[in-house]
Design a protein around this ligand. Sequence first.
Ligand SMILES: NC(=O)c1ccc[n+]([C@@H]2O[C@H](COP(=O)([O-])OP(=O)(O)OC[C@H]3O[C@@H](n4cnc5c(N)ncnc54)[C@H](OP(=O)(O)O)[C@@H]3O)[C@@H](O)[C@H]2O)c1
Length: 327
Amino acid sequence: MHGRVRAMVMRALGEPDRLELSELPDPQPGPEQISIDVEAIGCNFADILICRGAYQLKPALPFSPGSEVAGRVRALGAGVRGFSPGQRVAAQLGYGGYATIAVADARRVQPLPEGMAPADAAALGIAYQTAYLALADRARIAPGETLLVQAAAGGVGLAAVQIGRALGARVIAGAGSDDKLALCVQHGANEGVNTRAEGWDERVRALTSGRGADVIYESVGGDVLERSLKCIAWGGRLLVIGFSSGEIPSVRLSRIMLKHISVVGLNLGGYHEHQPEQLAEAMQRLFALYADGLRPLIHARYPLSEAPHALAALAGRQTAGKLILEP
Ligand SMILES: NC(=O)c1ccc[n+]([C@@H]2O[C@H](COP(=O)([O-])OP(=O)(O)OC[C@H]3O[C@@H](n4cnc5c(N)ncnc54)[C@H](OP(=O)(O)O)[C@@H]3O)[C@@H](O)[C@H]2O)c1
């Protein structure tokens, strides 16, 4: 099946406002790959970083960003079993998702449960996989433990609020405005602290009778991470998720030693390579939570051509939950 694909393309590295709508020959799936007619695309902070050339993955120019899509199977590459054209699926990719047709490795494609809308399926990918694997697999959070989620109204943040509650934790949301905190409480947080206000770390200690949080889910870096270490409990686990502030701090190891802290990293992309079964299991667990009523918050939907506006809002801290592009 041949045609033309419309894609948002970076021709030189820089801010995502350089993304241009272009027409290209449609991509063909290689061995063990699937091409997908895209119906919804999830936006991620990493899409901004990849456009700037500041992400660990550095594709050759020109390229399309975009690492999660939902749609229908268009064509199967050699060796792919268990999928058929027209089937409804979601997929995670390194890049190339800001397009009407995307190509993904078959092992990163999931058949969708009956009735799941494409926008929900795209939104439930990276953010919810990250939150679930961080809390359940990496931190092994236990019911009754206190979880502090930073940038809690954001994509991976709100996912951690919802999943933390589903796993039985008491959730304290940290976010940069009172409106964002109210939204986190609506989605299950027990309390909130405004991380743009002075002394928010003291407030976390006060909320935990001086103990601090057992698990801190940290995607901001910089000063937020530094202060998080002041309100982590004895024996706490610091989940290192990302650095949206742009600052990767150096931590004094004496603090880690004295407070008996475990620093726990998570690299979602690495699960595909090293622990694919665990990732598949996480997705099944997320589908089960969806069947029980968990829904991703979709902040806004934009046409594909408005990707630069969507990413400007994400970079400008103006969004909550997930942004979706629709071709
Ligand atoms: N480790 C992994 O495998 C993995 C997987 C997925 C995502 N991530 C990382 O997780 C982070 C969040 O991704 P996301 O897509 O869900 O984005 P997001 O959290 O929806 O957006 C970023 C949020 O970070 C906060 N922030 C604080 N300082 C900021 C600054 N200087 N500039 C921009 N934002 C700032 C803002 O929330 P407030 O206004 O509330 O402060 C903002 O809304 C990213 O760093 C991403 O790379 C990592």
